[in-house]
Design a protein around this ligand. Structure first.
Ligand SMILES: Nc1ncnc2c1ncn2[C@@H]1O[C@H](COP(=O)(O)OP(=O)(O)OP(=O)(O)O)[C@@H](O)[C@H]1O
Ligand SMILES: [Mg+2]
Length: 365
């Protein structure tokens, strides 16, 4: 029986490419804990997203590489774990948060808050540490969607400074501007006042360590958007649209805003919501009630990915009103759609992070 070496395993796995990051697993430092026991070899692959959609593909490629480059008879066991990557090294604002994602749309009522809430719940369901910040000072809807309206967060004192403690719900740490300002009061606030309240608010929450912080923005392209884009180290923005032309036109404004030289926020991709309607009794039929292809058109125009198309589901509206986001039930059709969307978002972030890191010469680890 030949004794295999760790080096042989690494050399073999050096031939397996991470399909998104376009480098091999060894260069990316994704292989850990290699154990060799006669003709059994096991190791762990450290993925960069909590539930990587490419896991099965990577597993097969690893097994094939060991068989091809070392020996067909080897029994291979691939374990998986994940460590979400972040973009920068150290920063002062929100230093414990690896990735900050803004959800915007331009047009109101297209489902930003629904998408933000469900992505947050889905990522948490996949095992990530997730926070959700409702920055919609004029119409905060996250507290309703999480069934926590009327609840007040507590305050903790750290080194003489007060911090708000997020409410924990469905595995997500939730904080809403609605906790501190009543929407009817905010209406009469001027831009600078809103900006300073928001800045203070963002820095005075005890988020702890987070893999992802999702920020639900109000509709439009106003002061709050500028404040968040300039005052928060955003990893990227998600732009939600519905398929019809009017929504796409407003989403285009949001995309252009993030691309403005003064803001320069990377766009993770477009999400098309209410893409079609499928009646439960006719599961094969798709009715394009708001038109077709708007999301793809917008994504192509800006050369960004269309990360997902979410159909209209009766249950999505109902669960939002009941304070139980659809993603809490990942086996339902609506839940599945949001889980798959959240995984695409995480995947896109990992790609973006790896590109930024290789530009700065840092290794992905
Ligand atoms: N895919 C969907 N299927 C069914 N209903 C949906 C879907 N997405 C959102 N809705 C419903 O549409 C309404 C508007 O959604 P939501 O509040 O998320 O939009 P918004 O873009 O955040 O709005 P605003 O601009 O006011 O912040 C809500 O009642 C929500 O439940
Ligand atoms: Mg909203």
């Amino acid at each position: 029986m030949p004794a295999y070496t760790t080096q042989q395993v690494l050399t073999a796995l050096g031939n397996v490419e991470e399909p998104d990051l376009k480098k091999d697993l060894v260069t990316l430092n994704m292989v850990r804990d290699i154990a060799i026991d006669n003709n059994r070899i096991s190791f762990t692959v450290v993925l960069t997203t909590p539930a990587c959609p490419l896991k099965d593909l990577i597993e097969r490629a690893c097994v094939n590489a060991i068989h091809y480059f070392i020996d067909r008879e080897i029994e291979v066991k691939v374990n998986f774990t994940s460590r979400v990557t972040g973009r920068e090294g150290s920063r002062t604002v929100l230093s414990g948060v690896k990735n900050i994602i803004a959800v915007a749309s331009g047009k109101g009522g297209v489902g930003k808050s629904t998408v933000a809430a469900n992505i947050a719940v889905a990522l948490a369901g996949d095992g990530a540490a997730v926070g959700l910040l409702d920055a919609d000072i004029y119409g905060p809807s996250i507290p309703v969607m999480f069934g926590i309206s009327g609840t007040q967060p507590s305050v903790v004192n750290k080194e003489g400074k007060n911090f708000m403690v997020p409410l924990q719900r469905y595995g997500v740490k939730v904080v809403s501007m609605g906790f501190i300002v009543k929407p009817e009061e905010a209406v009469v606030w001027r831009g600078p006042m809103i900006s300073s309240a928001l800045k203070q608010f963002i820095n005075e929450v005890d988020w702890g360590e987070l893999d992802y912080l999702i920020i639900d923005l109000p509709p439009g392209t106003g002061d709050i958007h500028i404040t968040v884009s300039q005052g928060v180290p955003l990893s990227g923005a998600l732009v939600v649209t519905t398929p019809q032309d009017v929504a796409v036109a407003d989403a285009r404004k949001a995309l252009s805003m993030f691309r403005m030289p003064g803001l320069n926020v990377p766009i993770l991709g477009v999400i098309e919501n209410m893409a079609w309607f499928t009646p439960a009794e006719l599961p094969e039929n798709k009715y394009y009630v708001f038109g077709q292809g708007g999301g793809q058109k917008l994504a192509s125009e800006f050369s960004v990915p269309l990360l997902g198309s979410i159909p209209l589901f009766m249950s999505v509206g109902e669960s939002g009103d009941k304070g139980q986001p659809a993603a809490m039930r990942p086996d339902d059709e609506a839940g599945k759609a949001f889980v798959s969307l959240a995984r695409s978002v995480a995947q896109q972030l990992a790609i973006l992070n790896s590109v930024t890191r290789s530009k700065t010469g840092e290794a992905v680890s």
